[in-house]
Design a protein around this ligand. Structure first.
Ligand code: ADP
Ligand code: 5GP
Length: 210
C-alpha cells in the first residue's frame, strides 16, 4: 500500500512527459499541434521558442515565437539560458529553459516543435520526451504545401526542401522516434497522434481530477 502511495506521489511529482515534434518544414507540425492545443486545453502547453526569423503574417510575438535579434540570441545562449539551439535555413532557433519551465510549472504536457539538430541535442538532456516525427507523404506534396502556405521566398523554400531530404532520412533511422506519422489525410494523422499520446493525456486528466 505504501509502495502504491509513493509511486503515485513520485509519478505526479515527475509530471507528464514532454512531447517533441519534428520533421520537415511544411510537413504539418504546427497544424497538428495547434489541433491538440485546441482540443486539449489544460492538458498541453506549447514551449515558445526563440528565433531570429521575422514573424509571418498572423504570428504573434510570445505566442508562436519570441522574435529576437541574432545579437540577443547569441548572448542568451552564452548566458546558459537555452536547453538547445540550432541554425535552420539561415536563422537561429532555440528552446529556452524558461519556455519549458513555464509549461511544466503548470503540470501540462510540454510540446516542443524543433528541427533534427534540436532532437539530437534534447537526447543529451534529462527531459525524457516522447519523440514524434511528422512526415509528408512525398517530396512533391511537401513542396506543394510549402508553396501553398506562401510564407517562404524562393531561396528559403529551396533551403527547406534540401533540409527536408535529410530530415526524412533521419526519421527512418531506428530508435530516433517513438512514433512516425505520415501526414497525408489530416484527420487520420491527427487520430494517430492522439492515439500515440493517449497515455500521457490520461495522466494529466487524472492528476487534474485528483
Ligand atoms: P510545419 O509546421 O511542419 O512547417 P504546417 O503545419 O505549417 O507545417 O503545414 C504546412 C502547410 O500545409 C500549411 O499551409 C497547412 O495548412 C498545410 N497542411 C498541413 N497538413 C495538411 C494535410 N494533411 N493536407 C493538406 N494540407 C496540409
Ligand atoms: P519555421 O521557421 O517554419 O517556424 O521553423 C523552421 C524549423 O525550425 C522547423 O523545423 C521547426 O521545427 C524548427 N524550430 C522551431 N523552433 C525551434 C527550436 O527552438 N529549436 C530548434 N532546434 N528548432 C526549432
Amino acid at each position: 500500500m505504501y509502495l502504491r502511495f509513493f509511486s503515485r506521489v513520485s509519478s505526479v511529482m515527475a509530471g507528464p512527459r514532454p512531447v517533441v515534434f519534428s520533421g520537415p518544414s511544411g510537413a504539418g507540425k504546427s497544424t497538428l499541434l495547434k489541433k491538440l492545443l485546441k482540443e486539449f486545453d489544460g492538458v498541453f502547453g506549447f514551449s515558445v521558442s526563440h528565433t531570429t526569423r521575422k514573424p509571418r503574417p498572423g504570428e504573434e510575438n510570445g505566442k508562436d515565437y519570441h522574435y529576437v535579434s541574432r545579437e540577443d540570441m547569441v548572448a542568451g545562449i552564452a548566458n546558459g539560458e537555452f536547453i538547445e539551439s540550432a541554425e535552420f535555413s539561415g536563422n537561429m532557433y532555440g528552446t529556452s529553459k524558461a519556455a519549458v519551465q513555464a509549461v511544466q510549472a503548470q503540470n501540462l504536457i510540454c510540446i516542443l516543435d524543433i528541427d533534427m539538430q534540436g532532437v539530437k541535442s534534447i537526447k543529451k538532456t534529462n527531459l525524457n520526451p516522447i519523440y514524434v516525427s511528422i512526415q509528408p507523404p512525398s517530396m512533391d506534396v511537401l513542396e506543394k504545401r510549402l508553396r501553398a502556405r506562401q510564407t517562404e521566398s524562393e531561396e528559403s523554400l529551396h533551403k527547406r526542401l534540401q533540409t527536408a531530404l535529410v530530415e526524412m532520412e533521419f526519421s527512418k533511422e531506428a530508435g530516433q522516434f517513438d512514433v512516425v506519422i505520415v501526414n497525408d489525410n489530416l484527420d487520420e494523422a491527427y487520430e494517430k497522434l492522439k492515439a500515440a499520446l493517449l497515455q500521457e493525456i490520461q495522466k494529466v486528466k487524472n492528476t487534474t481530477k485528483a
